[in-house]
Design a protein around this ligand. Structure first.
Ligand code: MOS
Length: 745
């Protein structure tokens, strides 16, 4: 029996291409006669364009044309509104460049196309625009309290569960021995994927288009872009072989692809459009402002009597992904007789919001896991022990059993690996030179989101196999997962499998979002492999040149790349050559079983432990040590799983200490528009990160027992940092990022 590659350290199959610069990202695609587009954006947050003077731009060197909302002069691109049904329900709710209205500062208002990028950019600078402005709604506070969540696809979200005889959450709090009430604020954050959003577009006539653009979902990009262009999806091909990061920002396509496609159609030439980094900060959705209030009631020994979590999240008038931070965190974390989670939105004239890595879970966990640390302080119970005392053995919201849960083991193993027992509960009790040293911990939780997915497995006469699924690899390693699972299912070496993802022409695959690509794709590959083995057997008995011609297919066995029966054995490649076939293939679509989905509560879990040092004189916080232990079911590739988890923790360090984009309320301008002003962690900010997973395949999920892990590592990480900061300094910060000005005393 071949040794299974599942769970081992497998190099990325595309690693060499990536590090040698041979991987072709969107903007690397070259075509003859390629024209370059540059977007012009609005400089006011709300109003109408009164006048736009494009004459100087039209006369500038190399300029081919300028497009804008001027329908009278046929300058618009004829873009349309797609149906807003899922998965498109949250895209911007107007077609770009089809009217003169300004909905946010940084909105696309014109596109210049020229022979070179520099000519297009220079000409864009020659366009002058005047506006009639309308007062813009930009402040969360001025526009609160907002409206309840009732956005299509997201049920109105206010859930309250009360113990028998309890009149209200307030009554339950009033009856609690210990009460914690804290309010949290989180500013705008951005995905800041390394590859700026970009597209290269070629048309065949006006009816068929191929769009090269980074995407987390060829399926969703195809639907959206076909909808914007008024084309059937089948005529709209998306190629995203390589995608330079997404973190949510490429779940849906934005104006890079939409405007490039519109301009290429109108101009009759291939067009490349790369957003300037500054434009990525507005035209691509961001994680919005979120204000949260958590109230905990407990006994003196720290047993929870109430968990209450309310959120107000920014909701741009243009639409965008709604952020629901209470959901999936506070309703799923702890055992409590009284539970309340509610979500409201504050409508603002902001650029669209969008899901960002652990979209709800990361901000939600910062709130509740900070409040839990405050409860630990108030009751004098150790933070790990407090969480074990309130351990939920069934889903807290509806009492369903977990599909599989070993979070208690994560706490214990993590505490041991990290050396938690050396922590002193009293703040400021460890000082090393200039540094106050503290330890903190927090829980990670992320829901399981398996999607329907298709995969194709093809056996070839050179004894290799091709495994394809139209999912995406934005750097997560899903391409390598296809190779591993294909090899495991067929019993052949990983190097004999050629995987493909990132193309809407492939069988429709899972969206690489909600940490769902691997768990959704594995069963599809396994089933397609089983199906192709059946096809191989059929061929073996039906082809006259086959040694098994006329035999019963049930008399044949397949193992490790070979078909055997009647005392003979042959590799699949040899059989294909013998019968004169180049290949045999099978495509399978795997759907959920709603009965099984409904039977359990599905989550991945983890525990973070960290040491933070805060400078006594400058307030500077530095993360010094980190351990994360997770329960994610079966790990498919140890190498990329570790990278994903470490990457998640690094995101958490960014969330906890660095990331924020302040909004200038007077102008609607987001203050940071580049990677110098918008701070993400660099190597110097990151210590050695110890990640460890419990090897406990989920017995209910099928496939290999693999659940998601991509976003889990970031959930709770910012709270662990804040809790360590408190342990170091005695200062509790309820607002991210925890910057040094908040720690000076
Ligand atoms: Mo993710 S924020 O589900 O792409």
């Amino acid at each position: 029996m071949a040794v299974s590659p599942v769970g081992r350290e497998i190099d990325r199959v595309d690693g060499r291409k990536k590090v040698t610069g041979q991987a072709t990202y969107a903007a690397d695609h070259k075509f003859e006669n390629l024209a370059y587009a540059y977007v012009v954006t609005s400089t006011v947050p709300r109003g109408r364009i009164k006048e736009m003077d494009i004459s100087a731009a039209l006369g500038a060197p190399g300029v081919l044309d300028v497009y804008n909302p001027d329908k009278a002069n046929n300058r618009n691109l004829g873009l349309t509104m797609p149906s807003m049904t899922p998965p498109l329900g949250h895209v911007e709710n107007y077609p770009p460049l089809e009217d003169w209205e300004i909905r946010y500062r940084g909105q696309a208002i014109a596109v210049v196309v020229a022979e070179t990028f520099e000519q297009a950019r220079d000409a864009a600078g020659l366009i002058t625009t005047t506006y009639e402005t309308t007062p813009a709604r930009l402040s969360m506070e001025d526009n609160s309290p907002g409206v309840p969540a009732s956005i299509p696809g997201f049920p109105p979200f206010s859930f309250t569960k009360l113990a028998p005889g309890v009149a209200s959450i307030d009554a339950a709090l009033a009856a609690s021995e210990v009460v914690i009430e804290s309010s949290f604020h989180q500013p705008v954050q951005h995905h800041v994927a390394m590859e700026p959003h970009a597209a290269v577009v070629t048309w065949e006539g006006k009816e068929r288009v191929t769009i090269y653009t980074g995407s987390q979902s060829p399926v969703a990009a195809q639907l959206l872009l076909a909808g914007r262009l008024g084309l059937p999806p089948a005529n709209t091909r998306i190629v995203c072989t390589y995608t330079g990061g997404g973190f949510g920002s490429r779940v849906m396509s934005w104006n890079d692809a939409i405007l490039a496609a519109g301009a290429a159609r109108k101009l009759g030439r291939p067009v490349k459009l790369v957003m300037a980094r500054e434009q990525v900060f507005t035209m691509v959705g961001h994680r919005g402002h979120v204000n949260q209030t958590v109230k905990l009631g407990a006994s003196r020994s720290g047993v929870l009597t109430v968990v209450s979590h309310d959120c107000d999240a920014e909701r741009p008038a243009v639409g965008g992904w709604p952020l629901l931070p209470a959901r999936e965190v506070s309703d799923s974390l702890y055992k409590t007789p009284n539970l309340h989670v509610a979500q409201r939105f504050v409508e603002l004239d902001m650029p669209p919001t969008w899901a960002m890595r652990g979209p709800n879970e990361a901000p939600g966990a910062f709130a509740i896991e900070t409040a839990m640390d405050e409860l630990a302080v108030a009751t004098g119970v150790d933070p790990v022990e407090l969480r074990l005392r309130n351990y939920a053995t069934v889903g807290p919201e509806d009492g369903r059993p977990w599909s599989s849960k070993h979070l208690d083991e994560c706490y214990r193993v993590g505490a041991r690996r990290f050396g938690w027992s050396a922590r002193r509960a009293k703040p400021r009790s460890r000082v090393e030179g200039e540094w106050l040293v503290g330890m903190g911990m927090a829980t990670a939780i992320y829901p399981v989101a398996r999607q329907a997915a298709s995969a194709r497995v093809e056996l070839l006469r050179d004894d290799t196999a091709a495994v394809a699924s139209g999912t995406s690899d934005m750097g997560t390693g899903s391409l390598t997962v296809l190779a591993i699972v294909g090899a495991d299912s067929l019993g052949i070496p990983v190097r004999k499998v050629t995987p493909s993802v990132g193309d809407s022409a492939l069988p429709p695959g899972a969206t690489a979002a909600a940490s769902g690509a691997t768990q959704s794709t594995v069963p599809a590959i396994q089933d397609a492999a089983a199906a192709v083995i059946e096809e191989l057997k059929k061929l073996a008995v039906s082809e006259s040149k086959s040694p098994w011609h006329g035999a019963d297919p049930k008399s044949l066995t397949y193992r490790d790349g070979k078909l055997s029966g009647g005392g003979r054995s042959m590799t699949f490649g040899r059989l294909l050559s013998t019968v004169g076939r180049s290949s045999v293939q099978a495509t399978v679509n795997v759907q959920h079983d709603p009965e099984i989905v409904g039977r359990y509560s599905w989550h991945s879990f983890g525990a973070h432990f960290c040491e933070v040092r805060v400078n006594r004189f400058t307030g500077e916080p530095r993360v010094a040590r980190w351990t994360t232990v997770v329960d994610v079911g079966r790990v498919v590739n140890a190498q990329t799983a570790r990278s994903q988890l470490i990457g998640g923790v690094i995101w958490g360090i960014g969330h906890g200490l660095l990331e924020e984009n302040r909004l200038e309320v007077a102008t609607g301008r987001l203050a940071a528009s580049n990677m110098a002003d918008y701070m993400v962690p660099v190597n110097a900010d990151i210590p050695e990160i110890d990640v460890h997973w419990l090897d406990r395949p989920d017995p209910q999920i099928g496939g290999l027992g693999a659940r998601g892990l991509g976003e889990l590592g970031t959930v709770g990480a910012a709270a662990a940092i804040g809790n360590a900061v408190f342990n170091a300094t005695g200062i509790r910060v309820h607002e991210t990022p925890i910057t040094l000005d908040k720690l000076l005393q």
